[in-house]
Design a protein around this ligand. Structure first.
Ligand code: DAH
Length: 338
């Protein structure tokens, strides 16, 4: 029995050493120490021994059991340590790897200019007005005193939806919509998208304008010039020269085109200003009484001025952009610069 025990011990220790994994160790434990385990069966045989042998062999069995249990415990610890190490290794995170950047968008230059212009005019008491991009002929042309044969009414310049509906060619119809809703005094600024059948380096079939309108009891051409000078000085810098040239628009009389001293050469003459030293930035004038008639205003005691400018052109001048198409291609390398 002594030999049997010794052999069992050697076999058991060997089985424990070669067992890999927690489950294998559990199996070994059951096989040796379980209810039907090898050592348990041996212990059951103790009863058949003589009274003299019994305590000696009993002690031996106990010590073998203790040794096996100790070996199992320490093997279990080693296996758990090993498993933990393996897990840590596989879940390893390299904290020195550079992070992935979430790139941040930027404001479009056209939005930037609209915002800036609206802010300047807000400071002068103007509030923002809006109108639809699909417009009736009457608001876009008729009420603004465009004669029936005016070239702007031609298919070549205007996108028609049907006989009466069109994509507005300017923001001026917002003047009409505002005056039909409100009585003077009024001061509004109307930014928006407009459409014309035109496309090259300085024209896009879809672009943006800002319209301005002020109507009150004694508004003069001097007020118009004063407001526009404050505006251009704030947008382009205090020392920017401004001049008004006589011009013509069906809805203003007298009309003017407003130039600023060339922002590139400062007035000396260059390629951008075509050697004139001046850059045209907007159209303006005193509201034509014919327009008031269309919106049922009494013409006797009121006067007012209107103006309109192209946003893309202003953005190009302010940021030194030489091709309008860049503003609509949405190349992030271009947009990121603003
Ligand atoms: N609507 C004109 C255009 O698109 C711009 C303009 C000129 C607007 C004179 C005005 C103005 O209000 O008074 O070319």
């Amino acid at each position: 029995m002594r030999e049997q025990l010794e052999k069992l011990k050697t076999d058991a220790l060997e089985a424990i050493t070669s067992a890999c994994g927690i489950e294998a160790l559990q199996d070994v434990r059951v096989k040796l120490l379980g209810r039907k385990g090898e050592l348990t069966s041996l212990m059951k045989g103790l009863g058949a021994l003589s009274a003299a042998d019994r305590p000696v062999v009993g002690q031996l069995v106990n010590s073998v059991r203790d040794e096996i249990e100790a070996a199992l415990r320490s093997a279990l610890v080693t296996v758990r340590e090993q498993a933990k190490l393996e897990r840590l290794q596989s879940e390893r995170i390299d904290v020195t790897l550079p992070g992935r950047f979430a790139s941040c968008g930027s404001r479009h230059p056209v939005s930037l200019i609209i915002e800036e212009v609206c802010e300047i005019f807000a400071g002068l008491g103007f509030s923002v007005a809006e109108g639809p991009e699909i417009e009736h002929d009457w608001y876009n042309f008729e009420a603004l005193n465009f004669p029936p044969e005016h070239p702007a009414r031609d298919m070549q310049d205007t996108f028609f939806v049907d006989n009466d509906l069109l994509l507005r060619t300017h923001t001026s119809p917002v003047q009409i919509r505002t005056m039909l809703k409100q009585k003077p005094p009024l001061r509004i600024i109307a930014p928006g998208t407009v459409y014309r059948c035109d496309s090259d380096a300085t024209h896009s079939p879809m672009f943006h304008q800002i319209e301005g309108l002020m109507v009150d009891t004694a508004v003069t051409f001097g007020d118009l010039k004063g407001i526009l000078t404050v505006f251009t000085n704030q947008l382009f810098g205090q020392k920017t020269g401004v001049r008004l040239r006589p011009s013509f628009f069906p809805f203003t009389e007298p009309s003017a085109e407003v130039d600023i001293a060339c922002v590139i050469c400062g007035g000396k003459g260059c390629r951008v200003c075509k050697n004139s030293g001046w850059l045209e930035i907007l159209g303006a004038g005193m509201v034509d009484p014919e327009v008031y008639r269309h919106v049922n205003y009494e013409t006797e005691n009121i006067s007012g001025f209107a103006f309109g400018m192209g946003i893309e052109r202003i953005a190009m001048l302010k940021y030194g952009i030489n091709d309008m198409r860049l503003l609509f291609e949405n190349d992030v390398r271009f947009l990121r610069q603003f």
